[in-house]
Design a protein around this ligand. Structure first.
Ligand SMILES: Cc1ncc(COP(=O)(O)O)c(C=O)c1O
Length: 502
């Protein structure tokens, strides 16, 4: 055990880190080191600005290879906990402005019920009028190949495992649990989720602050009502960004205020005055595939603190990162400022309509109240089944297996596009269930979409997800298709693109 001294000065020695890796399996060393350091930073035991030992000396002191320490430092830097520069010691980032939750950081800053300034007007109205059919959600016709994003491999749902979980759920639900219950959801599911989100997403979640919802879409209804209660009438949305999620906000009366996204994710510095809420996809931006950079993560949290606002983190397909293990949730840096939303739509199936919100403690009772007024609570059998899957490890096993498959399919898309459309640009990190391919030569994206449909391939352009003009392109979902069908559909799309480009 490396022992700690109570006060940590500017330079820590390995002894002061209080990290103990004895008994940790080789494959888990980096993850365990990373977890210990993250915890020490969050709790305030490692203070902002403190220099960490060099990777070499810490490796020697802990008796592990240097690559273990490098991996842990890299991950924490990617998540914004550490600031690193080549040739300089890694330093603990300043999260204090963000009001880190838990421990010595002073707890979560509540979001008071002031109405704040008038929100900036949106630069364009709701992208999808309420009541209009959504072309991206209508089912593909028989014989069509569907390249639209949004679905995992539904044929891969582990039905036998799920059936066992449902059977066990039925056997273990008490009579009382079959009645009207806590609007936040079944306690056993919230406990399993809090554990999972802490372990896998680096989130700081108390089961009491979780609300089980019918997919992230319903989570956005709850969020919209929270915002209304705070007097917030507009929310930053990413541009380009999901027209589904901004549409859900708009339908609830929260005006989307688009802010540009670049290769580092949301350009936080471009958020205009008067705004106090932001809906973001930090883990894998939809649709560009960018991962929110460490600097932007810090700025986002600082912005939320400065404007006394709220970040809504859509943890969209965060489970699937192919080059690296997933970057932790921004929520872990500022649990008092971030609502973390997730669902089983990209891990199991969208039709299950199961999701969750981890809500800042100051707002969680209100969130539970809104859920109660929407539909009392989420269906209990599904909740108990998901609790079973989480507790047995079957959920994570399924994700691991799916990840390998999706990674292979993503590689196929990149390979086919490189061969068939050398002028096209594939955007985004190697992650998730979709990628954006920009095809600047295409003059009329909508016409290309229609032509692809005529040839039996359903695609969506990036146009509907844009608020400002930008290059033409297509948001391709690949996780749900068998490889041969995927290859054929991509070849057809490439032919359409070449034709459209003249
Ligand atoms: C970026 C993004 N996040 C979340 C969702 C909603 O997911 P859920 O099925 O959990 O409601 C969508 C759905 O279209 C989406 O585009």
């Amino acid at each position: 055990v490396v022992h700690a001294s109570e006060s940590v000065s500017d330079q820590t020695s390995s002894r002061e880190l209080l990290v103990d890796l004895t008994g940790v399996g080789r494959g888990r060393l980096a993850a365990e080191l990373e977890r210990s350091l993250r915890e020490a930073i969050r709790s305030g035991r490692l203070r902002p600005g403190v220099r960490l030992p060099s990777t070499r000396s810490l490796a020697v002191d802990l008796g592990v290879s240097r690559s273990v320490v490098v991996e842990a430092y890299d991950q924490l830097a990617a998540e914004g906990y550490l600031a690193t520069r080549p040739g300089a010691a890694a330093r603990v980032s300043d999260l204090s402005a963000a009001g880190p939750g838990g421990g010595a950081g002073g707890g979560s800053a509540p979001v008071p019920r002031s109405s704040g300034g008038r929100p900036a007007p949106p630069t364009r109205p709701a992208p999808t009028p309420v009541g209009a059919a959504d072309p991206a959600l209508s089912p593909a016709r028989p014989g069509e190949v569907d390249l639209r994003p949004g679905s995992p491999d539904l044929a891969g749902l582990p039905r036998a495992t799920y059936a066992r979980a449902v059977r066990r759920a039925l056997a273990t639900l008490t009579d009382a649990e079959l009645g009207y219950g806590d609007p936040r959801g079944l306690p056993r599911l919230r406990e399993a989720l809090a554990d999972y989100l802490g372990r896998v997403r680096g989130a700081v979640v108390d089961p009491g602050d979780l609300v089980v919802v019918n997919g992230f879409a319903q989570g956005l209804v709850v969020v919209s009502r929270l915002l209304a209660g705070l007097g917030v009438g507009a929310a930053v949305v990413e541009d380009p960004g999901s027209f589904h999620t901004s549409g859900h906000l708009a339908a609830q009366g929260v005006a989307p205020a688009p802010v540009p996204v670049d290769a580092e994710g949301l350009d936080v510095g471009a958020i205009g005055p008067g705004l106090r809420a932001a809906l973001v996809t930090p883990a894998h931006q939809f649709p560009t595939g960018a991962v929110l950079s460490p600097d932007r993560r810090r700025r986002l949290v600082e912005w939320a603190e400065r404007v006394d606002g709220l970040v809504v983190e859509d943890d969209y397909d965060a489970e699937y990162r192919y080059d690296h293990h997933p970057v932790g949730a921004v929520q872990g840096m500022a649990p008092g400022r971030v609502v973390l939303g997730g669902s089983t739509s990209k891990t199991l199936a969208p039709g299950l309509r199961l999701g969750w919100l981890a809500v800042p403690p100051a707002l969680s009772a209100d969130a539970a109240g809104h859920k109660r007024h929407i539909d009392i609570m989420a269906p209990v059998l599904e909740q108990a089944a998901l609790a079973e899957l989480l507790a047995s490890g079957a959920y994570e096993r399924h994700i691991r297996r799916s990840r390998a498959r999706y990674r292979g399919l993503r590689d196929v898309v990149v390979e086919v596009l490189a061969a068939e459309l050398p002028g096209a640009v594939v955007r985004g990190t190697s992650a998730g269930l979709h990628l954006l391919v920009e095809t600047p030569g295409v003059g009329d994206e909508a016409a290309a979409v229609a032509e692809a449909a005529r040839r039996g391939v359903r695609v969506v352009g990036i146009g509907p997800h844009r608020h400002r003009a930008g290059p033409a392109g297509f948001v391709l979902g690949y996780g749900h298709l068998p490889e041969p069908a995927l290859r054929r559909a991509l070849a057809t799309l490439a032919a359409v693109v070449r034709g459209a480009a003249g």
